[in-house]
Design a protein around this ligand. Structure first.
Ligand code: GRG
Length: 312
């Protein structure tokens, strides 16, 4: 396929299967988070408030569907997915703080610091991050898999090409005009790395072989960028009530985005092309023979299409 080829993918509404999967993820989160009446109550209330504020659960769904496609044990995948969602929610709580994006509205509700005060919001983020690694350490798998899971997850949210590094770049380049390669480097780190790690954790815990891991790593990388491009497009095209957060923030915050670099139509086209590439990785993986030829990748494909066509 050539760089400028036009690609369109069919729209999908997620099938009822995913509502069931979201319920299972929510049940795992409800079980793993300390109860709101557990002393000291205020922090547990704040952790549960942000976790159950209505996120789409994209990252745990990717983890679960990848792992289940390879026959991984659901109890383990659900706990690992919950850990990833805890980390994602920590990043949102901290990103919304006055010292960062200073947002008052997230997932359709007042942000953590608005509801509980800044000190509790900072601690709730810290606590979710800490609990996530506790959950990973307690996964009922061979210790070697726990070590490898930490080796995937920790760098994905760290400073070198990971989430925190991406956030640092985001702050550093505020108001700057970036070329496409710098913009992609920033978003691969800030948003993409955790999405890629979610896919890889599913593959690891499903005991996918090396060839499949490589394909899924490339798929995760592409989906991570798609996610951010669509986020930038929605910031322009969707309303605050559709998003559950303040729309139009990027322009106000002088953020250089994919639509600034490629235009709206160009951004949508690029997201479609990347999605097409991600689906091609899946198809090549299942055609390559061996272990992956036996898996049903249709749910993962459905998720890829959902991510590019999502409206919130
Ligand atoms: C503060 C350490 C630290 C990191 C912040 C990822 C990140 C870095 C901040 C999130 C801010 C943001 C709006 C990023 C754009 C992409 C993104 C992660 C959107 C929110 O994710 P969704 O759409 O949210 O999956 P829900 O609410 O559905 O879970």
């Amino acid at each position: 396929m050539m760089a400028n080829d036009r690609v369109t993918t069919p729209e999908v509404n997620l099938s009822p299967h995913f509502a069931i999967q979201r319920d299972r993820i929510n049940q795992a989160l409800a079980r793993l988070l300390p109860p709101a009446d557990q002393y000291p109550e205020s922090i547990h209330e704040a952790m549960r408030y942000s976790i159950f504020a209505g996120g789409k659960r994209v990252r745990p769904l990717l983890l679960l569907e990848t792992g289940e496609a390879f026959g991984g044990p659901s109890e383990v995948l659900l706990d690992a997915g919950a850990a990833v969602e805890m980390i994602h929610t920590y990043s949102l709580i901290h990103d919304d703080l006055p010292a960062m994006d200073n947002d008052r509205f997230r997932r359709g509700m007042p942000t953590s610091h608005v509801k509980f005060g800044e000190a509790t919001a900072i601690l709730a983020g810290d606590a979710l991050l800490t609990l996530a690694f506790q959950v990973l350490a307690n996964l009922k798998v061979r210790p070697e898999l726990v070590v490898r899971a930490v080796q995937i997850l920790a760098p994905a949210i760290g400073t070198i090409d990971g989430m925190i590094g991406g956030q640092v770049m985001d702050i550093k380049y505020e108001g700057a005009q970036l070329n496409q390669s710098k913009l992609e480097q920033l978003h691969r780190a800030k948003t993409g790395a955790l999405i890629r790690a979610s896919v890889l954790l599913g593959a690891l815990l499903g005991e996918a072989d090396g060839g499949a891991l490589e394909r899924l790593s490339r798929l995760g990388d592409k989906l991570g960028l798609v996610f951010q491009i669509v986020d930038d497009v929605l910031d322009i095209e969707a309303t605050s009530s559709q998003l559950g957060k303040t729309a139009g923030k990027d322009r106000g915050a002088r953020k250089y985005t994919f639509p600034s670099a490629l235009g709206l139509a160009g951004s949508k086209q690029y997201a479609e092309r990347l999605t097409h590439g991600a689906i091609a990785e899946l198809e090549q993986m299942t055609r390559a023979g061996g272990q992956a030829s036996k898996i049903d990748a249709s749910r993962l494909k459905e998720l890829c299409l959902f991510l590019v066509h999502r409206k919130s």
